[in-house]
Design a protein around this ligand. Structure first.
Ligand SMILES: [Zn+2]
Length: 379
């Protein structure tokens, strides 16, 4: 028997149809499928592409550095023994063995200008705060023109993601340089930022954090705003183990600091340690169920440096300081290895690339940001 439909029944049918239509619309806007659920961004301050792709420079290796903790001749001899192999291929593998084994075979590395691959910053200043801000916000803001520890007027992609329910409380940043407090805008951003010599107290103490905070307070200080890299690195590792963040920043600083001190052996050792840290991170996350097979690692510096004997410094007066490199390793990134001429990449693309790996469209929200790097997303 057929029954006349009541107005309520018609309303129900209309709502069902509307739901299906809206569902179709929503699925049309759903970001592309991605396997990445977590991103770790490691930045190595002022690490030159020249050493990344050619290894230690044979012309710079014999130059004695300043006397710090030992005789400079001994430091130079050790650096030549560790990093002074006959060919550039051997030297780069000796300097950054993880980058030139795992990342080179399973990920992508941009910026080898000897092969015509171009990676650079767009901020026109070629020093740290503008470089980090460009990378983390996706654009160069002319107001960001000094290294003063001022609160960033712009939100980073970390702050943008932390404001979303699925990332809230899943974001953290650790850096050697105290100015990361300003770059991430610690007062506003809503997630833990720990930098410089500040003790880390944002989570209940563990024995490891207590020891790290003690070392931070008591270890000899060479730079007023920056402890040695092991301090922020191991603090970040402890946080990762305890809190399992989905988005983690680690900023290492010794490469830039030793370079400014004209200490090539110490600069090389800092780069080598940074590579070891990236390996430690990668192996740690592959041992943890939340991260295994679903984590992308991004590694890059905040600026380049001068060329040849101008290697130690950087900035607009030192040609080549805008030249950088960047590496990606994760489940969505095709294993294209060392990139050649073709795709030009800029640090302003990192924010949108990082967000896209997590299924989020940062460029749509912040149109002045660089576009996500499609090659890294496997598109
Ligand atoms: Zn510097």
């Amino acid at each position: 028997m057929q029954r006349t439909r009541s107005p309520w029944a018609w309303l129900g049918i209309w709502m069902a149809a509307a739901t299906i239509f809206c569902g179709a619309l929503a699925s049309a806007q759903t970001p592309q499928p991605h396997r990445t659920q977590n991103v770790i961004l490691v930045m190595i301050d002022g690490m030159r592409w020249q050493e990344v792709f050619r290894g230690a420079d044979p012309a710079l290796l014999p130059i004695p550095g300043p006397e710090w903790v030992g005789k400079s001749e001994d430091m130079t001899a050790a650096a030549e023994a560790h990093y002074g192999q006959a060919t550039a291929e051997e030297r780069r593998k000796a300097l950054m063995p993880f980058l030139w084994s795992v990342v080179a075979s399973q990920g992508q590395i941009f910026g080898n200008r000897d092969l015509g691959s171009d990676s650079h910053v767009t901020n026109g200043l070629d020093f740290s705060y503008p470089g980090y801000s460009e990378t983390l916000t996706g654009f160069a803001d002319p107001r960001i023109n000094s290294n003063e520890n001022l609160p960033n007027p712009n939100a980073t992609v970390f702050e943008w993601l932390n404001a979303k329910p699925e990332f809230a409380g899943q974001v953290a940043a650790f850096g050697a340089w105290v100015v990361f407090n300003g770059i991430f805008n610690r007062e506003r951003c809503g997630f833990p930022v720990n930098a410089g010599y500040d003790p880390f107290t944002a989570i209940p103490p563990t024995p490891e954090l207590n020891l790290l905070n003690t070392l931070k307070a008591e270890t000899v200080r060479i730079w007023p705003g920056e402890p040695f890299d092991p301090i922020p690195f191991h603090t970040a590792i402890e946080y990762l183990k305890v809190k399992h963040p989905r988005l983690l920043f680690i900023g290492l600083g010794e490469t830039d600091e030793w370079a400014h001190k004209l200490d090539y052996p110490a600069y090389l050792d800092a780069a080598h340690l940074a590579d070891q840290y990236v390996r430690d991170l990668w192996e740690l996350v592959q041992s943890m169920p939340q991260y295994r097979g679903t984590t992308t690692l991004i590694i890059l510096p905040d600026h380049g440096r001068g060329d040849g004997t101008d290697w130690n410094t950087h900035g607009v007066k030192h040609p080549g300081s805008e030249q950088t490199w960047m590496a990606f390793l994760g489940p969505d990134t095709p294993a294209l290895g060392e990139r050649r001429a073709g795709t030009v990449v800029t640090e302003s693309q990192i924010a949108a690339t990082l967000a896209a790996l997590l299924g989020q469209d940062y460029h749509a929200a912040v149109p002045q940001s660089g576009l996500a790097i499609q090659d890294v997303l496997g598109k």
